[in-house]
Design a binder for this molecule. Structure first.
Ligand SMILES: Cc1cc2nc3c(=O)[nH]c(=O)nc-3n(C[C@H](O)[C@H](O)[C@H](O)COP(=O)(O)OP(=O)(O)OC[C@H]3O[C@@H](n4cnc5c(N)ncnc54)[C@H](O)[C@@H]3O)c2cc1C
Length: 385
């Protein structure tokens, strides 16, 4: 695709997604959020739009778009309702890992149905015992002939109930030091021994499933391991998580923008003491700070995405964008609520939903504390004396 063609494609898809959000997502969001019901029709529409394969190369049935467009799409969707990105979020980590580390056979087998949304997936990394300490995961995959036998539990898994295929992280060597060298990644499809457990009842990010996954003597063919050698899973998932961190940063920008746009409109309508509150300098200061922080987060997100598009590793940039954007989103959604006064706290308006959705960005794909560790580690390497 030439630059001009890419820009035109980007313009068209963003316009299509924006229309979808206005016409279909926003009118349904409050009800799905309140009742915690899965938005099947909306998700099917996203599959028709190709959103399950945004960055999957065209030769494997995807849209073949860049990460900047990917970030813009997540941002647009989240201006309406963050949950609607759940089915395609960790799904895109799975497809990114297969596209980069999978064998040609694995790409041909898995990417076309995943890109079409015929098979849906996610990331099975976090366990009840912990998410931050990836190297300490407890799920095991023991070689038995041409298969591995997997045992263990995963928790907090997005699309855990509705998904079919997961990027599964398990230990193929429990003795090796450092521990992370014992982790391998598998393309694991549900079947005998691999089932979804309970769904979690969440503060926000409602209407979509976050579940437990149970592996009980689950047998998986050895050729479903990603790459051709054991012990590469930690590195593969850290690389794929860059995609996830761009995705989370973009979501944060989208949610914050949705809340900000509601707040600046409301500030001009709401009259107190004979004047719209937008005329008060304290309110203007809040609006100015909110917009400035959103702008900075958006630029950081696009910068990380553009660097990823250039083929570089972006642990530092993605970590910074994710850290800044997620913390910003929590602040901005609270400020938007403040501007709405009491109306911001009740369910008649989407404000309280933006506020409940925001904290997930601080937790998912590595908490803010973990991002700071990643950023500092990269900085110390860069500035080593
Ligand atoms: C709605 C939702 C959806 C999710 N979806 C997925 C998914 O699809 N797939 C998946 O694999 N996971 C998923 N997660 C899990 C998420 O990635 C983890 O919750 C997150 O990584 C944190 O892990 P933890 O909850 O085990 O917290 P812990 O790792 O136990 O951390 C607890 C606290 O300690 C802090 N902490 C931990 N270690 C350090 C340290 N070394 N230094 C300083 N502070 C530290 C953390 O920042 C946090 O504040 C999801 C979580 C939620 C809530």
């Amino acid at each position: 695709m030439t630059t001009a063609e890419l820009e035109e494609t980007r313009r068209q898809i963003i316009a299509t997604v924006r229309e979808f959000v206005q016409r279909d997502v926003i009118p349904q969001a409050a009800e799905h959020d309140e009742n915690d019901t899965y938005p099947h029709e909306l998700v099917d529409q996203m599959a028709e739009m190709g959103l399950f394969g945004i960055t999957v190369p065209e030769e494997y049935g995807g849209l073949g778009l860049d990460y900047t467009t990917y970030a813009m799409i997540f941002e647009e969707l989240c201006k309406g309702w963050m949950s609607i990105t759940a089915p395609i979020g960790t799904h895109s980590i799975l497809t990114a890992a297969i596209a980069k580390y999978g064998s040609e056979e694995q790409k041909r087998e898995w990417l076309p149905p995943l890109a079409a949304g015929k098979k849906r997936g996610g990331l099975a990394l976090t366990e009840p015992g912990g998410g931050s300490d990836v190297a300490g995961l407890q799920t095991t995959a023991v070689k038995d002939g041409e298969e591995y036998v997997v045992n263990g539990n995963k928790l907090f898994i997005t699309n855990g109930r509705t998904g079919d295929v997961f990027l599964l992280l398990a230990k193929t060597d429990t003795e090796i030091e450092p521990q992370h060298r014992g982790i391998s990644a598998f393309i694991a499809e549900k079947g005998p021994g691999f089932t979804a457990g309970r769904d979690l009842n969440k503060l926000g990010y409602r209407g979509v499933d976050t579940s437990e996954l149970v592996f009980d003597d689950y047998r998986i063919a050895a050729d479903r391991m990603l790459g051709d050698e054991e012990g590469r899973g930690f590195y593969q998932v850290m690389d794929a998580l860059e995609t996830g961190r761009i995705n989370i940063a973009a979501r944060a920008v989208g949610v914050a923008t949705g809340a900000f746009e509601a707040a600046i409109k409301y500030a001009q309508e709401r009259v107190t003491f004979g004047e719209p509150i937008a005329q008060r300098q304290t309110i203007q200061n809040m609006l100015a700070d909110m917009a400035t922080k959103i702008h900075a987060a958006r630029l950081m997100t696009y910068d990380a995405a553009a660097k990823k598009d250039s083929g570089a590793r972006i642990d530092l940039e993605a970590g910074m964008a994710k850290l800044f954007a997620s913390e910003m989103c929590a602040e901005v959604t609270l400020d938007a609520m403040r501007i709405h006064g009491g109306y911001g706290y009740v369910k008649d308006l989407p404000l309280e939903r933006y506020y409940r959705d925001a904290p997930l960005m601080i937790i998912g794909e590595g908490t803010s504390e973990i991002q700071r560790l990643v950023i500092a580690k990269n900085l110390l390497k860069q500035y080593a004396i």
